[in-house]
Design a protein around this ligand. Structure first.
Ligand SMILES: [Zn+2]
Length: 311
């Protein structure tokens, strides 16, 4: 979400891809809000046994086969795979072929069918569990609609679809299933998942949307979209907000890594920050936030830890 917001500020307002990026930001934001609402509803469930809940679950079976699931609930009795669809308008879950059609503002838009996404993810996860010798745990699947005003014209028949208010009752019902693995086995399974579940790696948006880096606005840009004016070595001022731009260098570098490329050279950094002090740039990059790759002349830098970087 953050990267999309920053990309919009770094593109010219009449860029040919701006509308698609704004639409994608709306989808990502709606998806995130929906997931938060579902996470809250899961917290209302009364559990009579140990459980683990993984938002943004990822399971890698092979280098080419990865299952990504919005949320996964694990207990000693079952595994529940949850796909969350926060969508407006009227929905048709078509099955021959599997496709999700959304009718909104007089338009019909086709999406990948969440039923098929769950069936594929479940197949991958089931094979992984078998490799790990945990095949005795039954896998349940559900699609959750966090938006109560969504109209379901054609309901799915392969995977149950529930609204967010039904979550607690749905989970409490499957909580009555008999225990099939011991507490120690559940702990061992969670350990294997934690080792296998790699954090999601973001691709720079220029690569995702096929935008040449030259089309990205350079320099320090305030959250209001105005270019900052340098007032001291490390401080930039926004003439519109009449305020200092917080963490100007750090934020601009994060823009580079999330929008332009996974690596940066000192020359690229000087150019992107529009700041010609090689000493300052060297000092900024030779820091724990970055990992240096290569020899002095062609040295490149990449982010050390994406999650802790922008705080
Ligand atoms: Zn501003």
């Amino acid at each position: 979400m953050y990267a999309h917001k920053r990309l919009i500020k770094r593109l010219s307002p009449d860029h040919q891809k701006i509308e698609a990026i704004i639409r994608q930001l709306e989808n990502v934001t709606a998806g995130f809000n929906g997931e938060c609402r579902v996470d809250q509803m899961v917290q209302e469930v009364l559990f009579n046994k140990h459980f683990y809940y993984f938002p943004n679950f990822e399971c890698q079976l092979s280098p080419t086969r990865i299952a990504q699931i919005d949320s996964v609930l694990l207990t000693q009795s079952y595994i529940l795979l949850i796909e969350i669809k926060n969508m407006r308008g009227t929905l048709h879950f078509q099955e021959q072929p599997y496709q999700l059609i959304q009718e909104l503002d007089g338009q019909s838009i086709a999406y990948h069918c969440p039923q098929m996404q769950l069936l594929r993810a479940s197949d991958t996860f089931e094979r992984w569990l078998k490799n790990m010798k945990f095949q005795q745990l039954p896998i349940y699947k559900t699609i959750i609609m966090p938006n109560n005003r969504t109209v379901i014209k054609t309901a799915p028949t392969t995977v149950p679809l529930i609204m967010s208010k039904e979550i607690a009752l749905f989970i409490q019902k499957i909580n009555e299933l008999p225990v099939v693995i011991s507490e120690a086995q559940l702990e061992a399974l969670i350990h294997s998942i934690n080792v296998n579940n790699k954090s999601y790696k973001h691709r720079p948006l220029c690569e995702k949307y096929n935008i040449p880096i030259e089309q990205i606005k350079k320099g320090i840009i305030c959250h209001c979209g105005t270019s900052g004016i340098r007032i001291s070595e490390r401080t930039w001022h926004c003439p519109k907000c009449q305020a200092v731009i917080p963490n100007a260098i750090k934020q601009t570098l994060y823009d580079w890594f999330s929008i332009c490329a996974e690596e940066i050279t000192i020359t690229e950094c000087i150019d992107f920050l529009s700041c010609n002090s090689r000493t300052l740039i060297s000092r900024v990059l030779n820091n724990n936030n970055y990992i240096a790759i290569g020899k002095t002349r062609s040295r490149r830098f990449k982010l050390n830890n994406e999650e802790t970087f922008y705080q």
